[in-house]
Design a protein around this ligand. Structure first.
Ligand SMILES: Nc1ncnc2c1ncn2[C@@H]1O[C@H](COP(=O)(O)OP(=O)(O)OP(=O)(O)O)[C@@H](O)[C@H]1O
Length: 329
């Protein structure tokens, strides 16, 4: 659906050249929600803006829905962009226009008949819960409502792709959840392919099927969200995931304990595997840290456990045989 081949973007300034995106190859499948995370300055904005050529790459090719975006002339690019919706951190609404005129804007640019514009705007406002706000101006709406207007405008021309540039970064946690539910529903119900960039790992955990981690303009790690989040390979990914989490205090482990990190995935997360195995292997265990949650709807449990007494190695082998991922700590 979306393919980037060797995409590079450099910025030249008096302070020197800076390669914001460095020979990135990326593939996003149709109907997927794909997240790109990274620290500030990693190149996330530049990368997502290369997809609809708001930033023209210095090298490389971008394909969206079979068309090479990087090869289009200005008129064809305008037409292609109608099939690529985009929403922004600060909404980018036209403050002097009403909500309905904001949503109508891309339809009027496209030259649609006014009756069709009116009908489509009405439909979109109803779909996004904005029907009561049609005649208001952006300044009269909350952040979450403004982002809903942004989404309505992005959907106006019936895009196959939605690009989200830090779309929830200016919103409080509750409103973020509301907008993420909305994006989730659009992906599910319309089959919309979504690419989002964010520095919020929780956003990726909640909605993304796959994720790429960007550092200094390069992808350092990518994969299914659950795989990357539960078994991060790169230091940047580990550091971003560790933020806000309490580290493990190994000094609290009983003397001589065998420590291991255990990862349960899927329905077995809720099974009493640990106590069954402890009983048969005759070991005791202390849980030093742990989290049971969901990644993109899939339950998982991950905990650091200290085993004492009995046969800890046999317990770990039994857990591994039951599909639990066992890692030495
Ligand atoms: N128009 C520009 N001119 C010069 N340098 C730029 C420009 N836009 C971005 N850069 C530089 O390119 C690098 C990548 O910036 P980019 O905004 O893509 O990163 P980001 O990961 O989106 O960061 P943030 O989360 O802070 O927005 C940074 O070093 C930035 O300073």
């Amino acid at each position: 659906m979306i393919r980037l081949e060797g995409v590079t973007r450099r910025y030249r300034s008096a302070a020197g050249d800076r390669t914001a995106v460095d020979a990135v190859d990326l593939h996003v499948a149709r109907g997927e929600v794909f997240g790109v995370v990274g620290r500030s300055g990693a190149g996330k904005s530049t990368l997502i803006r290369a997809i609809n050529r708001l930033e023209t790459p210095d090298a490389g090719k971008v394909f969206v829905d079979g068309r090479e975006i990087t090869a289009l002339n200005a008129a064809d690019l305008r037409a292609a962009r109608r099939r690529i919706g985009m929403i922004f951190q600060h909404f980018n609404l036209l403050n002097a226009k009403t909500i309905e005129d904001n949503v109508a804007f891309p339809l009027r640019l496209e030259g649609r008949p006014e009756a069709e514009v009116k009908a489509r705007v009405k439909e979109l406002l109803a779909q996004l819960g904005l029907a009561d706000h049609a005649k208001k101006h952006p300044a009269q709406l909350s952040g979450g409502q403004k982002q809903r207007v942004g989404i309505a405008r992005a959907l106006a021309c019936g895009p196959s792709v939605l690009l989200c540039d830090e779309a929830t970064s200016a919103l409080d946690p509750e409103t973020t959840e509301d907008i993420l539910n909305l994006l989730d529903g659009l992906n599910r119900d319309l089959g919309l392919t979504i690419v989002l960039i964010t520095h919020q790992m929780e956003v990726v955990r909640r909605v993304c099927d796959r994720v790429a981690v960007l550092k200094d303009g390069k992808i350092v790690e990518q994969g299914a969200t659950a795989d990357v989040f539960l078994h991060p390979q790169h230091a940047v990914t580990r550091a971003m995931l560790a933020e806000g989490e309490e580290g493990i205090d190994a000094s609290v482990a009983p003397a001589g304990a065998r420590m291991a990190r255990l990862t349960f995935r899927g329905p077995s997360t809720y099974e009493p595997e640990l106590s069954r195995v402890a009983r048969t292997a005759g070991v005791d265990y202390s849980i030093l840290s742990g989290r049971i949650s969901r990644i993109r709807g899939e339950p998982y449990g991950q905990m650091t456990v200290a085993f004492t007494g009995g046969d800890a190695e046999a317990a770990l082998a039994q857990l591994a045989a039951r599909g639990v991922v066992v890692e030495a700590v």
